[in-house]
Ligand binder design. Structure first.
Ligand code: NAD
Length: 333
């Protein structure tokens, strides 16, 4: 391997400490280029300039319900994100927050803009309408000195970026079809993810899913044997591929199966990109994820790859909103 100059350590924050936030802490633990220094949940935050311990934070959150109880670096707060931004010097945040209501992430983005903080933000947002709200903030991100990379999870994210690469063989892209399989042992480990998936089922929307109690979610999952089958979802892969000039958003489709009672994937996650080559041949590229890779691995890995890429852009003075289909993720070691 070429011996590249050692890059300065990136100080990373993770907002939201549920399923994805905790997985993010574990993904970051062995990385030499990134130091996980800050985190926040609904009831508190923790900050240590020397680096936080994933084991301690996860154990405390599991036992007491907030990282605010972590000794001695935690603080309980009803305004955890605002206080953390003001207090902690952080280069980039992964926003592992629920987007409930559908305007929540854009509200958080406005909070960052108003705080005067400068740096890199990365999200794993899923809905097209949520990404559209961020697009409306494009000028504000640029003026604030924030490099915001949106849609940087698995889908949107890894699979959207793979589609952008696969498209290069074609003179014209006809369709992009994303099919995901997710297996988790217990739905409670990913409450927001499951509620946001329920919001795509016929007869539900974001507000009805958000208002469901845990008992109501359990009753629904009992009726379906723990399986959620999702078709023609409102997924931002479509607007991201359209913005990248690859195809019209109407030609992008996303669906999948989530098993909430079995960590094995019910099907292999894949993206199929069909197009016409310059010779006039129609063909399909298929990119399939390994079945052993979990949702958490396929979301958090790309999120930090994009955070590293975003840091390089920020250092060069490139601010504003970009999507996972426009920027190549780097590999965070
Ligand atoms: P979760 O429900 O497990 O955890 C949410 C966390 O956010 C909790 O720690 C909670 O305390 C915290 N939180 C909530 N409101 C807060 C507030 N106002 N201030 C500070 N913290 C707050 O969530 P999850 O299942 O890990 O999902 C997180 C997000 O990731 C969801 O929006 C989900 O849709 C998204 N996701 C994206 C992909 C992808 O491929 N793009 C895949 C999976 C999940």
């Amino acid at each position: 391997m070429l011996n590249r100059e050692a890059a300065p350590l990136i100080r990373v924050g993770v907002l939201g400490f549920g399923g994805l936030g905790q997985a993010a802490a574990r993904v970051l633990a062995p990385k030499q280029e990134m130091n996980w220094v800050a985190t926040a949940d609904l009831k508190g935050y923790a900050y240590n300039p020397e680096g936080l311990s994933a084991d301690t934070c996860i154990a405390t959150y599991t036992q007491k319900g907030s990282v605010g109880y972590v000794e001695p670096h935690g603080t309980l707060s009803h305004n955890s994100i605002r206080e953390l931004i003001a207090r902690a010097p952080v280069d980039g945040y992964f926003l592992a927050l629920p987007n409930l209501p559908n305007t929540f992430m854009a509200d958080i983005a406005r909070q960052f803009i108003q705080s005067g903080w400068q740096g890199v933000l990365v999200d794993a947002l899923k809905r097209t309408s949520a990404v559209e709200q961020l697009l409306a903030l494009q000028d504000d991100f640029q003026a604030a000195g924030i490099t915001y990379l949106t849609g940087c999870g698995a889908t949107p994210g890894l699979l959207t970026a793979a589609a952008a690469i696969a498209a290069q063989s074609y003179a014209e892209v006809h369709t992009v079809k994303i099919t995901f399989g997710v297996g988790i042992a217990r739905w409670e480990a990913y409450r927001a993810t499951i509620r946001e998936d329920i919001a795509h089922l016929p007869g539900y929307d974001v507000e009805t899913a958000r208002a469901m109690s845990d008992a109501e979610v359990e009753a629904l999952l009992d009726r379906t044997n723990g399986i959620l089958t999702l078709e023609n979802m409102e997924h931002a892969d479509d607007i991201m591929l359209e913005l990248a000039g690859i195809c019209d958003r109407a030609n992008v489709s996303v669906g999948g199966v989530v098993d909430t009672r079995n960590p094995q994937k019910p099907l292999s996650t894949n993206v199929q990109v069909t197009g016409r080559t310059f010779e006039g041949k129609t063909s399909t590229h298929t990119f399939t994820l390994g079945d052993e890779t979990s949702m958490a691995a396929n979301v958090c890995g790309p999120a930090f790859g994009y955070l590293k890429a975003g840091t390089a852009l920020h250092q060069r003075g490139l601010y504003g909103l970009l999507t996972a289909a426009e920027v190549m993720p780097q590999f965070a070691r």
